[in-house]
Every structure is written in C-alpha cells, then in structure tokens.
Design a protein around this ligand. Structure first.
Ligand code: M6R
Length: 369
C-alpha cells in the first residue's frame, strides 16, 4: 500500500511533483492563458470582487498565507487570511463583493465548514479549494477548484499543501488575467515558471539522503526555531508545524523581522535555527536582511540550517548546513523551499521511532468544532 516506502508521509512527499503537475494540468490553453471553466461564478462578479478572505486551518491556512502575497501582488485585491475557527466569532466584514476562499484537503473540517456557512449567510460568494471530490465543503460552496493531489493518508499534510499552493496561484493568475494586471510580462513568466515547478520539486526530493542524514544527527534536540520572510514566513510556520505534529518537538516559526522584537532572546549556544532565505533576485533588500539574521543568530551560538537557492553564495559563511533549492521566481518559491522541511521532519520522527503517519492526539480530518 505504501508503494515500497516506510511511511505514507514519505510516499506522499515523493508524490509531490505529480500532485502539482496534476493540479496544473488542463488549466492552461496553448498560449498559456488560464482556463478555469469550473469556477461557476459569473465573470462579471469575479471582476467586481473588492476583497478576498481565505478561511482554513493548519497547513491549509499556511497555503492561504502564501496566496495572500501572490494575489495581492498580481491582482491588487486585498486578501485577508483568517483561521476558520476565528472567522465567525469576530463579526467579519463580508459583503456581496467579497470572495471567500475556503481551503481544505479533506473538505470535512468542521471549523472551516462552519465558517463557509457563516460567510454565505453574510452574502459572500464562497469558492472552495479542496482535494476530496464530493466532500461537504465544496458541496456547500458556490464553486470549487479541485486540487488533484490524490488521496492523502498521512495525518501530516504534504502533497495536499503543495497542491493547495499551486491552486491558489492558478486562482491569482486567473483573476489577474480577467481583471488586467500591471505586470503582464511578469505574469507570462510566472505561468511558464509554474509549469517548470514539478521538475524542480523533484530535484529537491533527490537531495533526500543528505537531509535525512542531518535529521538523524539532530534527533535528540528539544527545540527548533524557523525563520522566514515574505512567502518564506508561512513556509517557516509550516516547517515548525510538521516537526510539532509528527516528532513531538517544540518548534516555532517566526517572521525573521520579529527576531529583534523578542524571539532572539531564545537563542543560546547550540539552538538549531532553520532559516528560509529569499531569492537574491527578489525585491528590495530582503535577501541581505535575512542573511544578516543568520549572522545575528549564529553570533549568539545558534546552529544554522539554511534553505537557500542554488548559486546563493552569500549564505555560505554563516550556515552550518545548507539545503539547496532550485532558482524560482520569488512568489513561487514555497513550492520548493518547504520540501526540505517536510523531509527533515519525516526523517527525524522516523529516527525517533515514532509512528509518522498517525501521530498521537491527531486525526486526519477534524470533524468536530
Ligand atoms: O482537511 P483540511 O485541509 O481542512 O485540514 C486542515 C488541518 O487540520 C490540517 O492541515 C492539519 O493542520 C494537518 N495535520 C497539518 O499537517
């Protein structure tokens, strides 16, 4: 059943290039134009959206967090990301021009379902991004964009996350195409780059043995910190969540800019810190700021585990370990940069002899509020 792998999680990590390719397949015409015919929301309505609210829980919410950066940039529509269980208790401002995007692998998460119902009662259009055909959340939504990751068995979400992020990109690119964008060239390049992503994800998976070796060496650590900025921030949060849920290790993700506002006090001799480094070809000075963060934590004794693009030599002097990922446009980077973190968590939990697929206290789909 596990196709020769020792866990479903590891199998599902290896299925990620296919999960992303299948989610993209059939959704572009030969000129690279998006065709999302399944979005049964009239185009006039999609053109008049003035706000998007993403509702989701756990890993699915982190995919929404990535979507916020991409959709706001490409479409200039404000995007809020809200944990579904908080949404209906805060009197959210929702109207007929709000598009609520509910992201759920299972389509059965009760917190997300209740938020969907609340949004529709308030007059919003609800689009589900879901991996499970015919499940409750898509049935109760106005439209659905299915991810095609295939069944995900391991409690810790991996391939569904990548497929959710890919689907969010499709939605953002589609809305930009429909409404016009200030960045037509960038959009064209992004479409091409997105289609090249499955091969790049595979290249990261091919580095699994090196990542596993590092994970085994760190199996007795009691705490890990994860830093990222921009789209690397939700990747850091996701890396921390993976370690918590399957390896039962205290792990926390931060936006790297927050370090000096408190978390840097946690750094002491030997503290392992993952840093997700943005592309050196990115906007503004983010790359150099994050490289400075690596330097700062290392100067205080941290052991630095750095996720950086191939060819980024600036990180070399400050990294104890470097996990390389292929170059990608900035907004698409989570599809490659999260993969070493998934592999790391899976390998570390396996090294500890834990049941990677069925961690204690957790269920695959949370059908109670
Ligand atoms: O099925 P859903 O995507 O709605 O599930 C949401 C979360 O419960 C889920 O992502 C959870 O955080 C995973 N166990 C994370 O690996």
């Amino acid at each position: 059943v596990k196709g020769g792998y020792d866990s479903f999680m590891r199998k599902e990590i290896h299925e990620q290039p296919t999960a992303v390719a299948d989610t993209l397949r059939g959704r572009f015409d030969t000129r690279g134009q998006l065709m999302l015919d399944e979005l049964r929301i009239p185009e006039a309505e999609l053109r008049s959206i003035d706000k998007i609210i993403v509702i989701a829980c756990g890993t699915a919410a982190y995919s929404g967090h990535v979507a916020k950066y991409a959709i706001e940039h490409w479409c200039r529509i404000p995007v809020e990301v809200e944990l579904a269980h908080e949404f209906r208790y805060r009197d959210p401002i929702v109207g007929p021009r709000t598009l609520v995007v509910a992201i759920s692998q299972s389509g059965e998460t009760m917190d997300t379902l209740m938020a969907v119902r609340h949004a529709r009662e308030q007059g919003a259009r609800v689009l589900a991004i879901c991996n499970t055909h015919g499940s409750t959340i898509p049935r109760e939504s106005d439209a659905v964009l299915y991810t095609h990751a295939g069944p995900e068995v391991a409690v810790a979400s991996t391939k569904a996350f990548l497929a959710q992020v890919a689907a969010c990109y499709l939605l953002g690119l589609f809305l930009a195409q429909l409404r016009g964008t200030k960045f037509p060239d960038e959009l064209r390049e992004t479409v091409a780059a997105l289609q090249a992503l499955p091969d790049k994800i595979q290249r990261v998976i091919d580095t699994e043995p090196e990542i596993e070796e590092v994970a085994r060496a760190l199996a007795d650590e009691e705490s890990f910190l994860f830093l990222g900025r921009h789209v690397g921030y939700p990747v850091a949060l996701e890396g921390a969540l993976k370690l918590k849920e399957i390896a039962y290790i205290h792990a926390e993700g931060f936006a790297a800019g927050e370090l000096k506002h408190g978390p840097i006090a946690l750094i002491e001799e030997g503290q392992p810190v993952f840093v997700v480094v943005p592309s050196p070809r990115g906007r503004d000075s983010l790359h150099s700021k994050v490289v400075s963060n690596i330097q700062e934590v290392r100067a205080r004794g941290a052991r630095t585990l750095v996720i950086a693009e191939e060819g980024d030599d600036d990180v070399v002097p400050f990294a104890d370990v470097i996990f390389r990922v292929p170059q990608t446009p900035v907004l698409l980077a989570p599809l490659v940069s999260v993969v070493p973190l998934q592999i790391f968590a899976c390998a570390l939990a396996t090294a500890k002899g834990l049941d990677v697929d069925q961690p204690r206290n957790l269920a695959k789909s949370v059908t109670v509020e």
